[in-house]
Design a protein around this ligand. Structure first.
Ligand SMILES: NC(=O)c1ccc[n+]([C@@H]2O[C@H](COP(=O)([O-])OP(=O)(O)OC[C@H]3O[C@@H](n4cnc5c(N)ncnc54)[C@H](OP(=O)(O)O)[C@@H]3O)[C@@H](O)[C@H]2O)c1
Length: 258
């Protein structure tokens, strides 16, 4: 099946590398009329823009604008710039994420926890509100949140991150409920994917791979294809869904009991 987002305009947060950049490329290759890529650092975005052009995407179909995921003014400005350049906002991918808060949750620095929750949980709400005001309220659209299997169950070391992703999963369902029928809101829940964010887990890739029934970690492009599907009309009867994409961690792992 060919999944098309022909003529649609997408905004992707955290798109300077990893899953976000792979998603921006996949959206453009699937026909998006325009893709706005955002992240904090202009130099990273410039490199990402060049990578998209190297992948065969016309430079004028990409708008790169620096914007913090946890900043309401940045979110609104990115939407205005997108409207000015491409005329609409049809798909929002809340992908930016951070995890500076590893450790026993009783001990982790409170500032690090606040940052994690601000970027991973409050951020998607701020950007969803900005997209709503930028036209989705009237014309409809599709919002895709990048959650994590870490939001589906507790695990050691990443407690604050896990809670942020659990919150994002509930935010997805809440927004799906409130914004239906015009706007669909879904989330992907990846297992370990080969990106900078997963650096620590990839140091011993063999052990990490064994956690996944498919015996390997994921690649950003594999997650990107699912995000594009959820952003597109091919998923037109889906909203409030949390879709694991995790090499079988959620659906095919043994309970270990018998
Ligand atoms: N990799 C995994 O194993 C995995 C698994 C499950 C879920 N996820 C989720 O997937 C999403 C993408 O992560 P990734 O793995 O692709 O990581 P990544 O390669 O490290 O990319 C993170 C992106 O977010 C941007 N970013 C970070 N903090 C930001 C902020 N405060 N405001 C705006 N942009 C910010 C970064 O760019 P700048 O540095 O330029 O800001 C970068 O573009 C995250 O939500 C993550 O939680 C990842």
């Amino acid at each position: 099946m060919d999944v098309s987002v022909e003529g649609k305009v997408a905004v992707v947060t955290g798109a300077s590398r990893g899953i976000g950049l792979a998603t921006a490329i996949e959206l453009a290759k699937s026909g998006a009329a325009g893709v706005t890529i955002t992240s904090r650092k202009p130099e990273n975005l410039e490199a990402a823009h060049q990578e998209m052009v190297d992948a065969g995407i016309a430079p004028d179909r990409v708008l790169a604008t620096a914007a913090r995921a946890d900043d309401v003014d940045d979110a609104e400005r990115a939407m205005s710039e997108t409207l000015e350049r491409f005329g609409s906002v049809d798909i929002l991918v809340n992908n930016a994420g951070t995890n500076p808060s590893a450790g026993f949750i009783m001990d982790v620095d409170l500032g690090a926890i606040q940052k994690t929750w601000a970027v991973n949980l409050l951020g998607p709400l701020l950007w969803s509100r900005a997209a709503y005001k930028a036209g989705m309220e009237g014309s409809g659209g599709s919002i895709v949140n990048v959650a994590s299997v870490a939001g589906l169950r507790p695990s050691p070391i990443m407690g604050a991150y896990n809670v942020s992703k659990a919150g994002l999963i509930h935010l997805t369902r809440q927004l799906a409920h409130e914004l239906a029928p015009k706007i669909r809101v879904n989330a992907v829940a990846p297992g370990v994917v080969r990106t900078r964010l997963a650096g620590l887990l990839l140091e011993d890739e063999e052990t990490t791979a064994r956690i996944h029934p498919l015996e390997r970690v994921g690649e950003p492009e594999e997650v990107a294809r699912l995000i594009v599907f959820l952003g597109s009309d091919a998923s037109s009867w889906m909203t409030g869904a949390i879709v694991p994409i995790d090499g079988g961690v959620v659906g095919a792992s043994s309970s270990g009991i018998s």
